[in-house]
Design a binder for this molecule. Structure first.
Ligand code: PNS
Length: 163
């Protein structure tokens, strides 16, 4: 039987953006199974709970059969081992992302030499989109309609008490 390739796409996803979704769609077309993994117990002060982020990711990817979303705790390399995955997916939007990503990929390689990090580029249209800026624009009353999946826009509206 040919080998199945499971790739893990880890991150904070607070909230998921159209850039994340674009990358998930690209990965789903290339790999057998994509597991979108939301980090639990992050030290950052999140806008959405981990459960809310997982639910938004599940809704936004419900039409893609080989994508699942869940949360994970602890080291990514240990989680990948538990999932029997040898591939990690990260997106790089611009050169400025590279240094942070390089450090993480090399640290993960040090911890688990057989785990490979695969970098993919989101569509150019999303090269400036980040969860941090979406939150900032939303927080200041700006329009985030074209930047996030519909479910995220709805959940953001609920947070503001507008729905
Ligand atoms: O979306 P983010 O915040 O850039 O994602 C960062 C994430 C979740 C991929 C990273 O912080 C992570 O993998 N954390 C798990 C703990 C771990 O394994 N740390 C060492 C990785 S170098």
């Amino acid at each position: 039987m040919p080998k199945r390739h499971t790739i893990i796409y880890p991150g904070s996803f607070d909230p998921p953006t159209n850039g994340h979704l674009d990358l998930i769609e690209r990965a789903a077309a290339l790999f057998d199974e994509v597991i979108v993994a939301v980090l639990s117990h992050d030290r950052k002060d999140p806008l959405f709970t981990v459960a809310e982020r997982v639910e938004m990711l599940r809704t936004a990817t419900a039409n893609i059969a080989n994508v699942q979303a869940e949360s994970f705790e602890g080291l990514l390399v240990d989680y990948a081992r538990r999932k029997d995955a040898r591939l990690i997916l990260r997106g790089i939007r611009a050169v400025s992302d590279y240094e942070y990503e390089l450090q993480m990929a090399l640290m993960n390689r040090k911890l688990s030499p057989t785990l490979e990090t695969v970098f993919m580029l989101p569509a150019e249209a999303y090269s400036y989109v980040s969860s941090r800026l979406v939150k900032e624009v939303w927080g200041l009353g700006g329009d985030i309609h074209e930047l996030v999946p519909e479910i995220v826009e709805q959940r953001l509206a609920q947070k503001r008490g507008k729905v």
